[in-house]
Design a protein around this ligand. Structure first.
Ligand SMILES: NC(=O)c1ccc[n+]([C@@H]2O[C@H](COP(=O)([O-])OP(=O)(O)OC[C@H]3O[C@@H](n4cnc5c(N)ncnc54)[C@H](O)[C@@H]3O)[C@@H](O)[C@H]2O)c1
Length: 269
């Protein structure tokens, strides 16, 4: 997600610093950006010169202090409240006083991330969809302390990125994953209970509901670890057993079968 967000911002003309914890991870991110832009060059939607210019606007780094001059930092680290809270604490120390800190979290409380900083008025959710260069929506989440000024700036910036901002209050899973993830979890339960095969479940939802991909294929695409993390946030946040993650989802994550990114999930890649 991080490399997708970097690509979209650079394509809109912004200079971007992309930070990850290791050179290998950064290398993988830059390769993903290169491949994605090359697809557009091949389809003649982008010139080779424009691709080069976009690429050059992105500076990969492992050094956090390179983010010091940013007016906006979009966090897209692992979906874990402890990890994200620590990242927000650190970003608050190093970012400019007037910088906005946004999170691409799929489900974690923006209010809680804001409270880890001294600038909760400048903390906001910018939930991009996957794949970022293709998907139009950015779900914008206001934390309890997010100011109107921060909201307006992010709304405006999202439009400059060529995306459609839609507003939502802070609540577990926001709108997108509160509605989507229980459907995916239910599809996994149906597979677990032997109600139908993976192909039937996906085919029924694809052809019957006109969804572009079936829920199990979509879970593999999102990442089963991310799906499990989101179900846990819904379960903890609402305290309602209807959000309990399916044991089969837990078992796959325990096995390291995380979907597309690990080569195996509900399908093999
Ligand atoms: N996968 C999706 O479809 C999707 C969609 C929308 C939002 N999101 C959200 O985006 C975020 C990232 O998801 P992803 O699927 O890209 O996960 P991922 O596991 O593919 O990538 C996470 C990246 O964060 C890096 N990272 C971990 N800790 C870090 C730290 N302390 N500092 C800097 N980098 C760190 C990792 O090295 C890795 O490159 C999550 O919050 C997730 O919920 C995911």
């Amino acid at each position: 997600m991080g490399n997708g967000i970097a690509q979209v911002a650079a394509r809109a003309g912004f200079p971007v610093v992309m930070r990850d914890v290791g050179e290998d991870l950064l290398g993988r991110g830059m390769t993903a950006i290169d491949k994605s832009l090359q697809r557009d060059v091949d389809k003649e939607r982008l010139t080779a010169e424009a691709k080069q210019a976009i690429f050059e606007r992105i500076r990969p780094t492992t050094d956090l202090s390179d983010l010091r001059e940013a007016f906006l930092i979009v966090e897209a680290v692992t979906e874990d409240v402890q990890v994200k809270t620590e990242v927000f604490r650190t970003l608050d120390r190093i970012a400019k006083a007037d910088a906005i800190l946004a999170s691409n979290t799929s489900s974690i409380s923006i209010t809680r991330l804001g409270a880890a900083t001294e600038r909760p008025d400048k903390v906001i959710g910018m939930h991009f969809m996957n794949p970022v260069p293709v998907m139009k929506l950015v779900e914008i989440i206001r934390g309890a302390a997010t100011s109107d000024e921060t909201y307006q700036q992010i709304h405006c910036l999202t439009e400059k990125l060529g995306k459609v901002p839609l507003e939502c209050n802070d609540s577990p899973g926001f709108i997108s994953n509160r509605v989507l993830m229980p459907m995916i979890n239910e599809a996994i339960f149906a597979l677990y209970e032997g109600v139908a095969s993976r192909e039937s479940i996906d085919g029924i939802m694809k052809l019957g509901m006109n969804h572009p991909m079936g829920p199990l294929t979509l879970a593999d695409f999102i990442g089963l670890d991310v799906c499990l993390a989101i179900m846990n946030v819904l379960h903890d946040g609402f305290g309602d057993s209807k959000y309990r993650p399916c044991p089969l989802l837990k078992r796959y994550v325990d096995a390291g079968w995380l979907g597309r990114k690990s080569g195996r999930g509900f399908y093999e890649y």
